[in-house]
Design a protein around this ligand. Sequence first.
Ligand code: ATR
Length: 289
Amino acid sequence: MLKINGKTKLVGIMGYPLEHTLSPIFHNAAFNYLDLNWCYIPIPVEEKFFDKAKEGIRVIKNFVGVNITMPYKEKVLPCLDEISSYAQVIGAVNTIHIVDNGRLVGYNTDGRGFLTALSQDGGFNPKNKNVLIIGAGGASRAVAVSLALSGIKKLKILNRTLDKAEAIRSKIISNFACEVEIFNFQSNLENCFSSIDLIVNATPVGMVKEEYPFPVELISREHFVCDLIYEPLETPLIRAAKEKGAKTLNGLNMLLYQGAAAFKIWTHIDPPIEVMRKALEDALELKKN
Ligand code: ATR
């Protein structure tokens, strides 16, 4: 059981809305397991109060860090005193470490979380591979940069809005030796899906049951198919890929590893991954019932 007292160190997640976040569950499970006097809390902040809230965490003595989630991952950048080079290239921060009495240091553990899940749970090595990412928002950007850093050969981005895909393309080609092609849903999609080793869905499409707009008929068993969504664990994309005999990975492990990386930044202790994974799986199971 967590015992809160005057020495409890605080971490948390700032975003809005936060009712559905699973981060407190698996971080607190880890603190509990390691018998650390730490507590992870939700910090829901409406946009009109964001400026005040971010100054607040600076002055609360027992705050060690916060995760930052939608809609603040980009907006938080100008308020930070230092930003890791990785987060700078991505252009978004999901983890702040508060050091030296109020200095805010920003990191991005989303890309690292994705790569860890891909290699450890998916057994996929992205080096020299051709990748298709669907979506061009913040999650797509973190995944694109992390894959480019891992030495992929070619990146294709498929997005509803071409301008956003173009923004990621110019970021990647100006920082990495990686060829990038962009597509929208009116493009030749057979061409878009051809010669691809890894497909990543970085949009929210598949979270709710509605007509599925992605061309799942173009998936084949040679693809490795990854969906960043974890609720549901089996999206229409993952289901179609399994039916074709393709290897798949859902978003649960990325969520887990981005959290585990933040845990390590704050505590300097190796996170108990299996305890955190079990807490997450239990929480999702409970939500389903
Ligand atoms: P995140 O930070 O989680 O990546 P985001 O920045 O809002 O979220 O990005 C969401 C991505 O999903 C965007 O690429 C968005 O497409 P647009 O750039 O055209 O807006 C994409 N997306 C959201 N809903 C979609 C839908 N119904 N069909 C196709 N793409 C969708």
